[in-house]
Design a protein around this ligand. Structure first.
Ligand SMILES: [Ca+2]
Ligand SMILES: [Ca+2]
Ligand SMILES: [Ca+2]
Length: 224
Protein backbone atom coordinates (compact mmCIF):
# COMPACT_ATOMS: atom_id res chain seq x y z
CA UNK A 1 0.00 0.00 0.00
CA UNK A 2 1.43 3.37 -0.99
CA UNK A 3 0.72 6.31 1.26
CA UNK A 4 -0.85 9.22 -0.61
CA UNK A 5 -1.65 11.42 2.36
CA UNK A 6 -1.97 11.20 6.12
CA UNK A 7 -4.91 8.81 5.97
CA UNK A 8 -5.02 7.56 2.41
CA UNK A 9 -3.27 4.54 0.97
CA UNK A 10 -3.41 3.16 -2.56
CA UNK A 11 -2.93 -0.47 -3.51
CA UNK A 12 0.18 -0.58 -5.71
CA UNK A 13 0.76 -4.33 -5.62
CA UNK A 14 0.50 -4.54 -9.42
CA UNK A 15 3.42 -2.14 -9.84
CA UNK A 16 5.78 -4.27 -7.73
CA UNK A 17 6.39 -6.54 -10.76
CA UNK A 18 6.69 -9.47 -8.36
CA UNK A 19 5.97 -12.97 -9.71
CA UNK A 20 2.73 -14.76 -8.92
CA UNK A 21 4.63 -17.16 -6.68
CA UNK A 22 5.19 -14.24 -4.30
CA UNK A 23 1.91 -12.39 -4.79
CA UNK A 24 -0.12 -15.55 -4.23
CA UNK A 25 2.24 -16.99 -1.64
CA UNK A 26 1.42 -17.51 2.01
CA UNK A 27 3.58 -15.54 4.44
CA UNK A 28 3.36 -15.18 8.18
CA UNK A 29 4.97 -11.78 8.73
CA UNK A 30 6.91 -8.96 7.08
CA UNK A 31 9.76 -6.84 8.39
CA UNK A 32 11.22 -3.70 6.79
CA UNK A 33 15.04 -3.55 6.71
CA UNK A 34 17.64 -2.21 4.32
CA UNK A 35 19.10 -5.64 3.60
CA UNK A 36 21.35 -4.59 0.69
CA UNK A 37 22.49 -1.36 2.36
CA UNK A 38 21.56 0.84 -0.60
CA UNK A 39 19.56 3.34 1.44
CA UNK A 40 16.00 2.09 0.84
CA UNK A 41 13.95 -0.34 2.88
CA UNK A 42 13.50 -3.88 1.64
CA UNK A 43 10.95 -6.41 2.92
CA UNK A 44 11.84 -9.60 4.77
CA UNK A 45 9.04 -12.17 4.64
CA UNK A 46 8.19 -14.65 7.37
CA UNK A 47 7.52 -18.17 6.14
CA UNK A 48 6.59 -21.46 7.76
CA UNK A 49 9.16 -23.39 5.76
CA UNK A 50 11.50 -22.99 2.82
CA UNK A 51 14.32 -20.61 2.01
CA UNK A 52 13.42 -17.17 3.44
CA UNK A 53 12.50 -14.54 0.88
CA UNK A 54 13.51 -10.88 0.82
CA UNK A 55 11.90 -8.38 -1.55
CA UNK A 56 14.68 -6.05 -2.61
CA UNK A 57 13.49 -2.51 -3.21
CA UNK A 58 14.42 -1.37 -6.72
CA UNK A 59 13.63 2.23 -5.80
CA UNK A 60 11.00 2.65 -8.54
CA UNK A 61 8.07 0.91 -6.87
CA UNK A 62 9.14 -2.49 -8.08
CA UNK A 63 10.82 -5.23 -6.05
CA UNK A 64 13.03 -8.20 -6.84
CA UNK A 65 12.95 -11.53 -5.01
CA UNK A 66 16.26 -12.45 -3.39
CA UNK A 67 17.36 -15.10 -0.89
CA UNK A 68 20.31 -13.77 1.08
CA UNK A 69 19.98 -16.14 4.05
CA UNK A 70 21.28 -19.39 2.59
CA UNK A 71 20.96 -22.77 4.22
CA UNK A 72 17.92 -22.21 6.41
CA UNK A 73 14.26 -23.14 6.21
CA UNK A 74 11.42 -21.06 7.60
CA UNK A 75 11.50 -17.66 9.25
CA UNK A 76 9.54 -17.28 12.47
CA UNK A 77 11.29 -14.31 14.01
CA UNK A 78 13.59 -11.59 12.71
CA UNK A 79 15.83 -9.02 14.36
CA UNK A 80 17.86 -6.48 12.36
CA UNK A 81 20.49 -4.88 14.57
CA UNK A 82 24.26 -4.44 14.86
CA UNK A 83 24.82 -7.30 17.29
CA UNK A 84 28.57 -7.69 16.64
CA UNK A 85 29.21 -3.97 16.99
CA UNK A 86 31.07 -3.47 13.70
CA UNK A 87 28.81 -0.69 12.44
CA UNK A 88 26.36 -2.55 10.19
CA UNK A 89 23.07 -4.23 11.10
CA UNK A 90 23.11 -8.03 11.26
CA UNK A 91 20.25 -10.49 10.93
CA UNK A 92 19.08 -12.84 13.67
CA UNK A 93 16.36 -15.29 12.66
CA UNK A 94 14.37 -18.20 14.04
CA UNK A 95 14.13 -21.13 11.61
CA UNK A 96 11.43 -23.76 11.29
CA UNK A 97 13.16 -25.97 13.86
CA UNK A 98 13.03 -23.18 16.41
CA UNK A 99 16.77 -22.61 16.15
CA UNK A 100 18.39 -19.21 16.44
CA UNK A 101 20.39 -18.42 13.30
CA UNK A 102 22.75 -15.47 13.07
CA UNK A 103 23.99 -13.84 9.87
CA UNK A 104 26.75 -11.26 10.11
CA UNK A 105 26.41 -8.44 7.58
CA UNK A 106 29.26 -8.45 5.09
CA UNK A 107 27.63 -5.44 3.32
CA UNK A 108 26.35 -5.09 -0.26
CA UNK A 109 23.63 -7.60 0.58
CA UNK A 110 26.09 -10.33 1.52
CA UNK A 111 25.78 -12.25 4.79
CA UNK A 112 27.90 -14.86 6.50
CA UNK A 113 26.29 -17.26 8.92
CA UNK A 114 27.90 -17.55 12.30
CA UNK A 115 26.88 -20.41 14.59
CA UNK A 116 24.58 -19.35 17.43
CA UNK A 117 25.44 -20.41 20.98
CA UNK A 118 25.04 -24.22 21.14
CA UNK A 119 23.57 -24.09 24.64
CA UNK A 120 20.34 -22.34 23.60
CA UNK A 121 17.12 -24.37 23.80
CA UNK A 122 14.47 -24.23 21.10
CA UNK A 123 13.66 -20.54 20.55
CA UNK A 124 10.16 -19.04 20.52
CA UNK A 125 10.79 -15.31 20.13
CA UNK A 126 13.64 -12.84 19.76
CA UNK A 127 14.08 -9.16 20.46
CA UNK A 128 16.93 -6.70 20.85
CA UNK A 129 18.11 -4.03 23.22
CA UNK A 130 21.32 -3.10 25.02
CA UNK A 131 20.47 -4.99 28.21
CA UNK A 132 23.86 -4.72 29.92
CA UNK A 133 24.34 -1.11 28.93
CA UNK A 134 27.78 -1.54 27.34
CA UNK A 135 26.90 0.31 24.15
CA UNK A 136 26.52 -2.84 22.02
CA UNK A 137 23.08 -4.26 21.25
CA UNK A 138 22.22 -7.67 22.73
CA UNK A 139 19.82 -10.32 21.49
CA UNK A 140 17.05 -11.31 23.88
CA UNK A 141 16.02 -14.87 23.21
CA UNK A 142 12.90 -16.48 24.66
CA UNK A 143 13.40 -20.22 24.82
CA UNK A 144 10.82 -23.00 24.92
CA UNK A 145 11.87 -23.48 28.54
CA UNK A 146 10.33 -20.08 29.32
CA UNK A 147 13.61 -18.35 30.04
CA UNK A 148 14.71 -15.11 28.37
CA UNK A 149 18.44 -15.27 27.68
CA UNK A 150 20.73 -12.41 26.84
CA UNK A 151 22.98 -13.34 23.92
CA UNK A 152 25.87 -10.92 23.43
CA UNK A 153 28.79 -10.84 21.05
CA UNK A 154 32.12 -11.45 22.73
CA UNK A 155 35.66 -10.92 21.49
CA UNK A 156 34.57 -9.01 18.36
CA UNK A 157 32.72 -11.74 16.55
CA UNK A 158 34.65 -14.71 17.92
CA UNK A 159 32.32 -16.08 20.62
CA UNK A 160 29.07 -15.43 22.45
CA UNK A 161 28.16 -14.67 26.03
CA UNK A 162 24.82 -16.03 27.23
CA UNK A 163 23.16 -15.02 30.49
CA UNK A 164 19.74 -16.10 31.77
CA UNK A 165 17.71 -12.98 32.55
CA UNK A 166 14.27 -14.06 33.71
CA UNK A 167 11.86 -16.97 33.62
CA UNK A 168 8.50 -16.04 32.13
CA UNK A 169 6.74 -19.39 32.37
CA UNK A 170 6.68 -22.50 30.22
CA UNK A 171 3.00 -22.62 29.34
CA UNK A 172 3.37 -19.50 27.28
CA UNK A 173 6.04 -20.78 24.98
CA UNK A 174 4.51 -23.62 23.01
CA UNK A 175 4.36 -21.57 19.82
CA UNK A 176 6.22 -18.79 18.09
CA UNK A 177 5.45 -15.25 19.14
CA UNK A 178 6.92 -11.82 19.44
CA UNK A 179 8.07 -9.57 22.19
CA UNK A 180 9.66 -6.18 22.23
CA UNK A 181 11.90 -4.68 24.85
CA UNK A 182 12.32 -1.10 25.81
CA UNK A 183 15.21 -0.15 28.00
CA UNK A 184 14.17 1.73 31.11
CA UNK A 185 17.48 2.95 32.41
CA UNK A 186 16.07 6.28 33.56
CA UNK A 187 13.07 4.94 35.46
CA UNK A 188 14.71 3.31 38.41
CA UNK A 189 18.06 3.71 40.05
CA UNK A 190 18.32 0.02 40.77
CA UNK A 191 20.11 -1.62 37.86
CA UNK A 192 18.99 -1.53 34.26
CA UNK A 193 15.32 -2.49 34.11
CA UNK A 194 13.43 -3.64 31.07
CA UNK A 195 9.88 -3.17 29.97
CA UNK A 196 8.68 -6.19 28.03
CA UNK A 197 5.55 -6.11 25.95
CA UNK A 198 4.36 -9.16 24.13
CA UNK A 199 2.00 -10.53 21.52
CA UNK A 200 1.21 -14.21 21.59
CA UNK A 201 3.95 -15.08 24.04
CA UNK A 202 4.96 -14.89 26.75
CA UNK A 203 2.09 -14.98 29.22
CA UNK A 204 3.32 -12.52 31.74
CA UNK A 205 0.96 -13.74 34.47
CA UNK A 206 3.58 -16.40 35.11
CA UNK A 207 6.42 -14.03 35.75
CA UNK A 208 7.51 -14.97 39.24
CA UNK A 209 8.55 -11.62 40.59
CA UNK A 210 7.98 -7.92 40.13
CA UNK A 211 5.16 -8.72 37.72
CA UNK A 212 2.17 -6.65 36.76
CA UNK A 213 -0.20 -9.31 35.45
CA UNK A 214 -3.19 -7.06 34.77
CA UNK A 215 -1.17 -4.92 32.39
CA UNK A 216 0.04 -7.93 30.43
CA UNK A 217 3.65 -6.96 30.83
CA UNK A 218 6.43 -7.35 33.29
CA UNK A 219 9.63 -5.82 34.36
CA UNK A 220 12.78 -7.37 35.60
CA UNK A 221 16.18 -6.16 36.38
CA UNK A 222 19.47 -7.25 34.96
CA UNK A 223 22.68 -6.46 36.74
CA UNK A 224 25.91 -7.56 35.18
CA1 LIG B 1 17.62 -1.66 0.25
CA1 LIG C 1 27.29 -5.92 12.43
CA1 LIG D 1 25.10 -4.85 25.34
Amino acid sequence: MKQESANKFTDVTAQTKLPASILKGSFTAAWAADIDADGDLDVVLGEEQGLPTVLRNNGDGSFAEIHPFAGISGLHGFVWADIDGDGDPDAALIDDQGKLRFFANERSGQFKERPAPPTLPSVRAISVTDVNNDGVLDLLVLGADGIIVRVSDKSEGQTWETVDLVKVGKRATDRFGKFVCVSRTSITTEGNDLLLTSTGVPAMDEVPERANPSAGRSETSSRH
